[in-house]
Design a protein around this ligand. Structure first.
Ligand code: ADP
Ligand code: MG
Length: 344
């Protein structure tokens, strides 16, 4: 099912949680909504579900305007971060719940419900656990039961709100791979909310980067990491260093010194680069920083440096070769090899 979000605004008591958000989610796509806490991810998910209604704008399921459809009519499946399975129900009954509460006319027969629950349990690799209660499962198993339960109603769209957020890092990583594989097998249109960039980049076909109720960028993991289109996306995804610069006469200046970078742009900007995208140099115009700390990586070293005049220095991190001199107080001269500038 394709989902189209068209010029959505959402206000809570005049507080705008979403401003003019538009997004097309392709049928069968696994899309991640990625952004810091408060950026509007859950609100967008709840609007898709029909748990909230937009102040303005429309939501289409396929070609049909679903804006006024109820949650049931939209037929979406949900999993939340702190998903409360029914404690007094077995795993099988939890999974079957969405089917057993259907009106009689559309409710499958008991034997059919049992068969479907067993099938779903198999799909989430938990066969044999149907008689267990939630407190007899690990956190990761519980989230897989929650997913099976969301799938039981044969949803058109699967909505997952930080489903692994409460689990420890190792289990999260396993479930992430498992979810990707599960998605590839079942092919449901899936919207996955996370504030964890690594999770979004690894899992999703496309990543929707959100900040302050707006979509900043939509693209593949490569797009948002390699060609971030704003200062926010550059600094939110991956490690980055940033310095205020001035552009004039075809050159980039930092604190009135040319730093060996050419540009056609003019005016003040913020210069961004990744710690690994620098080359040390002893000649010509370059940036220069004083080492304040350093730490070892497997094949390189991270140097923390103060760049700029005393009293107005900027603290950044760059990656240097293991044989580079990075003792405390030493001077490192370097130029970014890949960089972006965003007018400020
Ligand atoms: P996220 O999921 O990205 O952390 P949310 O969508 O939960 O962000 O929230 C976006 C903004 O909307 C936040 O500032 C939040 O406080 C506000 N908000 C969300 N739900 C409500 C609500 N029911 N009433 C008032 N404000 C809300
Ligand atoms: Mg949220």
């Amino acid at each position: 099912m394709e989902v189209t979000i068209s010029n959505i605004r959402k206000e809570f008591d005049l507080y705008p949680a979403l401003h003019d958000v538009s997004l097309n989610i392709r049928s069968g796509e696994l899309i991640a909504l990625l952004g810091p806490s408060g950026s509007g991810k859950t609100t967008l998910l709840r609007l898709i579900a029909g748990l909230e209604h937009p102040t303005a704008g429309q939501i289409f399921f396929g070609n049909e305007d679903a804006s006024n459809r109820t949650v049931q009519e939209r037929n979406v499946g949900f999993v939340f971060q702190h998903y409360a399975l029914f404690r007094h129900m077995t795993v099988a009954d939890n999974i079957a719940f969405g089917l057993t509460v259907r009106p009689r006319a559309t409710r499958p027969a008991k034997a059919e419900i049992r068969r479907r629950a067993a099938e779903l349990l198999d799909m989430v690799h938990l066969s044999g656990l149907e008689k267990r209660y939630p407190n007899q499962l690990s956190g990761g198993q519980r989230q897989r039961v929650a997913l099976a339960r969301a799938m039981a109603i044969e949803p058109k769209v699967l909505l997952l709100d930080e489903p692994f957020g409460a689990l420890d890092a190792q289990v999260r990583k396993e479930l992430r791979r498992w979810l990707r594989e599960f998605h590839d097998r079942t092919g449901h249109t899936t919207v996955f909310v996370t504030h964890d960039q690594e999770e979004a980049l690894e899992l999703a076909d496309r990543v929707v980067v959100m900040s302050q109720g707006k979509i900043e960028q939509v693209g593949s993991a490569d797009d948002v990491y390699d060609t971030p289109n704003s200062a926010f996306v550059f600094s939110f995804i991956g490690s980055s260093a940033s310095l205020p610069v001035e552009r004039r006469d075809g050159m980039v200046f930092f604190q009135d010194q040319p730093i060996g970078l050419a540009t056609d742009a003019t005016g003040p900007a913020q210069l961004f680069f990744r710690p690994q995208d620098v080359a040390l140099t002893s000649e010509g115009a370059a940036l220069s920083g004083k080492v304040t700390a350093s730490r070892r990586l497997a094949g390189a070293r991270i140097a923390e440096i103060d760049v700029g005049n005393d009293g107005n220095a900027h603290h950044i991190e760059i990656e240097v070769p293991l044989d580079a001199v990075a003792t405390l107080g030493s001077e490192i001269r370097f130029r970014p090899t890949r960089w972006e500038q965003f007018a400020s």
